[in-house]
Design a protein around this ligand. Structure first.
Ligand SMILES: Nc1ncnc2c1ncn2[C@@H]1O[C@H](COP(=O)(O)OP(=O)(O)O)[C@@H](O)[C@H]1O
Ligand SMILES: [Mg+2]
Length: 405
C-alpha cells in the first residue's frame, strides 16, 4: 500500500507543487488548508507522514505540530516542517515543537523525496527489542584534538543507518564540550546529564533510550551534557553500563571519544570492537598517534581491531602517507581529503556530508568505509529490501572488483 501523506499549507501553489513532487514517488497525497482542518482530517486520512507549513493564518505550523504531538494518533508520526526562512532559530523552534525534519522553500524535488523516504523508513523500522541484538561498537579516537574525530563519528553513524536501514547509536563521550548533537542539528533536549544522577542499578534499556535524541537519518544521539560539570558524575561504571545496554538495542554504536585516556575513555575503548585512530598529516598528530598505539599495545588490544584514518584537515605541505606508515609501522586504511566547504557547510546546516542530496564523492568515502566496518553477517547477505545507499555502495564495490580483474 502506498504511504499516505497529508500536506498542510494555505498556499494552493505550494500544495500543488508538493503533491506533484511526491506523487511521482508513488505516494498517496491529501491536503488541508489550515491547522484546524488538518486536526479534524487526520482521523479520516490516517496519514503515514504530515508536512506542515510554518506560516499559516490562525494556527501557525509550530502550534499545529505541538497539537499533533498531543493526539494519540499522531503522537509518533513523522512530521516535517516547511518554511521560507532558513534560520537556525527557526529550525530549533520546529524541533522543539516536535518536528522530525525540516525543509526550506524553495525546495529541490529530489531532496524532498529523499527526506520523506528516510522519515517513512525510520517510522516503519521495527523498534529494536532488548536482548535481541549484539551491536558492533566502533570507537573513533585521537589523542590530539581537531583532527576530525567528531566529524568521522557523525558521518559513520549516519552511514550505518543509511546502508542497513537500521537505527544507529552515536554516543558523545566528550563530556566537557561534545558536539555530536550540534553536527546533526539536534537541540539538547536530553543529554548524558539526564543519566548522571541515576543509580547504576537503575540504568536499564528503557531509561537509557529515553535520553537519546532521534535524527531523521536513523541516528540516535546520546549527547554530551550542556554544562561540563554535569559530566563529572558520570563514572566509568555508568559509561560501561550505558554502552552495554545500548549494544542490545542497536546494530551499530559509534563512540565519539575525547582526546585523553581518562577513566571513561578507557572504559569505552575496552568495549569497542574496532578502534578508528584518526590523525592529520603533521608531526604533533603523528606523535599523538604513536603514543595512542603504544597504549593500545600495553592494554593488549588486538592490532587488527585498530584502523588508521588519515584526515587532511589542512590543505598542503602535510607528511606523506608513506612517511606516516613507516613511522608508525602500520598501514593507513582510509585517507580523507581536505574539503573545507563541505564541512563548514555541513556544520552550518547540521547535516553531515554523507547525507547530502545528491550524493557527493566525500559522502561515498564515508559510506564505503562504514560498509567496510559493518558486521560480517550484514555484508554476507544482501538486505531483503536494499536501501538506495546500499545499492550505491554495492555498485561501487562491484566496479572496484571489475577493475581488479
Ligand atoms: N577533511 C577535512 N577537510 C576540511 N576540514 C575538516 C576535515 N575534517 C575535519 N575538518 C574540520 O576540522 C575541524 C575539527 O573537526 P572535529 O571533527 O571537530 O575534530 P575533533 O573531534 O577531532 O576535535 C572541524 O571544523 C571540521 O569541520
Ligand atoms: Mg570532537
Amino acid at each position: 500500500m502506498p504511504a499516505r501523506i497529508l500536506i498542510v499549507d494555505d498556499d494552493p501553489v505550494i500544495q500543488k507543487l508538493l503533491t506533484l513532487t511526491l506523487k511521482q514517488t508513488g505516494f498517496e497525497l491529501f491536503t488541508a488548508n489550515n491547522g484546524a482542518a488538518a486536526l479534524a482530517y487526520v482521523d479520516d486520512v490516517k496519514p503515514d507522514l504530515i508536512i506542515v507549513d510554518v506560516e499559516m493564518p490562525e494556527m501557525n505550523g509550530y502550534d499545529l505540530v505541538r497539537k499533533l504531538r498531543q493526539k494519540t494518533a499522531t503522537a509518533n508520526l513523522p512530521l516535517m516542517m516547511l518554511t521560507s526562512h532558513d534560520t537556525v532559530q527557526e529550525k530549533i523552534k520546529g524541533f522543539e515543537a516536535g518536528a522530525d525534519d525540516y525543509m526550506s522553500k524553495p525546495f529541490e524535488p529530489p531532496e524532498l523525496q529523499a527526506r520523506v523516504r528516510v522519515l517513512l523508513r525510520r517510522a516503519a523500522a521495527p523498534v529494536p527489542e532488548a536482548k535481541q541484538i549484539s551491536g558492533k561498537v566502533i570507537a573513533v579516537f585521537s589523542l590530539r584534538g581537531g583532527v576530525g574525530v567528531s566529524t568521522l563519528a557523525a558521518n559513520l553513524a549516519a552511514s550505518f543507518g543509511q546502508i542497513w536501514g537500521c537505527s544507529t547509536g552515536l554516543i558523545d563521550l566528550v563530556f566537557a564540550s561534545g558536539q555530536s548533537a550540534l553536527m546533526l542539528n539536534l537541540p539538547l533536549r536530553k543529554t548524558w546529564a539526564d543519566l548522571a544522577p541515576v543509580p547504576l542499578a537503575d540504568l536499564d534499556g528503557e531509561l537509557v533510550e529515553k535520553a537519546l535524541l532521534p535524527h531523521a537519518s536513523g541516528t540516535f544521539v546520546l549527547a554530551a551534557p550542556n554544562r561540563p560539570e554535569q559530566g563529572e558524575l558520570l563514572t566509568s561504571e555508568k559509561v560501561t553500563r550505558v554502552i552495554n545496554v545500548l549494544k542490545e538495542r542497536y546494530h551499530y554504536l559509534v563512540l565519539d571519544l575525547p582526546h585523553d585516556f581518562s577513566a571513561t575513555t578507557l572504559a569505552s575503548l575496552d568495549l569497542a570492537d574496532e578502534i578508528i585512530l584518526v590523525l592529520a598529516p603533521e608531526l604533533a598528530s603523528l606523535h599523538a598517534a604513536a603514543c595512542a598505539l603504544d597504549v593500545f599495545d600495553t592494554l593488549n588490544y588486538p592490532r587488527r581491531a585498530i584502523r588508521l584514518v588519515l584526515n587532511w584537515t589542512f590543505e598542503r605541505r602535510g607528511l606523506a602517507r608513506k612517511e606516516i606508515e613507516d613511522a608508525l609501522q602500520r598501514l593507513i586504511e582510509v585517507v580523507i581529503p581536505f574539503v573545507p566547504d563541505a564541512f563548514v557547510l555541513a556544520i552550518n546546516r547540521g547535516t553531515p556530508p554523507v547525507l547530502d542530496v545528491p550524493p557527493t564523492p566525500l559522502g561515498a568515502l564515508f559510506e564505503d568505509f562504514a560498509y567496510y566496518l559493518s558486521k560480517a553477517e550484514h555484508q554476507q547477505t544482501p538486505p531483503p529490501t536494499p536501501t538506495p545507499t546500499w545499492q550505491r555502495v554495492a555498485a561501487r564495490l562491484q566496479q572496484r572488483q571489475q577493475k581488479r580483474t
